[in-house]
Design a protein around this ligand. Structure first.
Ligand code: NAP
Length: 310
């Protein structure tokens, strides 16, 4: 379960329909209910970040309260949430990939131990300088050794593949630094299929985010260029008696065999629907049909930039 949508009221997607009125108390309460429901449904892997508003603290409070010993947490460092839960905010998060920010956020995030298994750089890019920041990379290597953490990287954007290939060669004391790669992959952007194979063969964990392409996999009159996708997805959903969401997740599972696909659901019925992806498998022919529906990474990410926080 990804916790971005239960940590802050605004998120990049193309949500259709009305939102309930926002108060911090009710938002927090429904976030805790989502965590309980996730556990009840069998989810044991939770992805969070300080950049997701109250999500990391909510998860910490929940784990402490429930004292579950079988829950695994992955968090990140590098973004600070600055919107103060204001739905009208124009700036939601500020990125800083410095050693100072790493140390400051680690001081808080380490409270998630011993459930914390994975510590990731949030949205590594060439521009953020993190891939050349030896001091910060060495510090991650130290944390890996001292606390037995898996160190991860998350990527976003049209050049994810180049960023990943650079990260895959970064070492700390003669051992590869990164063990977990959280990446965007879905039926529209399949550009990482090959590099994921490489990562799988090196026994690295690949975690998929944005399996729903920020909501673009659901039929939407504003995206007429996805007509073929909007024709095929409902047919498959009907065949397997599941929602479009489960087909989108199943496509990720069957086409590249990742360690995990994150569900970003913010409502219980969506989470339960997402989990239906565990109950069937796509045929090779169906996989081929879906493979044919990808678009170029540049048009995928250009379009994503036009999606609002809502
Ligand atoms: N590292 C990064 O930079 C990064 C970036 C993005 C995400 N993530 C991680 O990945 C997690 C997952 O986020 P995501 O964006 O990838 O989420 P996602 O699950 O791929 O997509 C969520 C979108 O799908 C919709 N949806 C889900 N199930 C649905 C259903 N059954 N029916 C209709 N609509 C449905 C949601 O609607 P509603 O809005 O109505 O819920 C939302 O618009 C995040 O929580 C976070 O942990 C990380």
């Amino acid at each position: 379960m990804g916790t971005a949508a239960i940590g802050r009221p605004e998120y990049i997607n193309i949500r259709q329909g009305n939102k309930p009125p926002f108060t911090i108390e009710s938002f927090r309460a429904s976030g805790l209910e989502m965590l309980d429901e996730a556990y009840h449904q069998g989810i044991r892997y939770f992805d969070t970040a300080p950049g997701y508003g109250m999500a990391e603290q909510l998860l910490l409070d929940w784990i402490t309260e429930r004292a579950y010993s079988d829950v695994e947490v992955a968090t990140k460092w590098g973004y600070t949430y600055v919107a103060n839960f204001d739905p009208q905010a124009t700036v939601h998060e500020v990125k800083e990939h410095s050693l100072k920010k790493l140390n400051a956020q680690w001081a808080q995030s380490q409270k998630l131990r011993p459930s914390l298994s994975t510590y990731q750089i949030h949205s590594a890019t060439f521009e953020s300088g993190i891939l050349q920041n030896t001091a910060a990379l060495n510090r991650l290597g130290e944390l890996k050794q001292e606390f037995g953490l898996r160190i991860g990287i998350t990527t976003t954007g049209a050049n994810q593949e180049e960023v990943l290939k650079t990260a895959m060669n970064i070492a700390y004391e003669k051992e590869l630094l990164f063990d977990v790669y959280q990446v965007t992959y879905n039926v529209l952007d399949q550009s990482l299929a090959e590099v994921v194979q490489q990562l799988n063969s090196q026994n690295k964990r690949v975690v998929i985010k944005e399996a729903m392409a920020n909501g673009r996999v659901f039929s939407n009159a504003n995206f007429p260029h996805y007509e073929n996708l909007y024709h095929l997805m409902p047919q498959l959903a009907e065949k397997y008696s599941v929602g479009i969401d489960a087909i989108a997740i199943r496509f990720c599972l069957d086409s590249i065999h990742p360690f995990m696909v994150l569900s970003g659901a913010s409502q219980k019925h969506h989470m339960i629907a997402n989990l239906q992806a565990s109950n069937f498998q796509l045929t090779l022919e169906e996989l081929d049909q879906l493979r044919n529906l990808s678009v170029s990474p540049s048009s995928y990410w250009q379009e994503r930039q036009t999606l609002g926080w809502n």
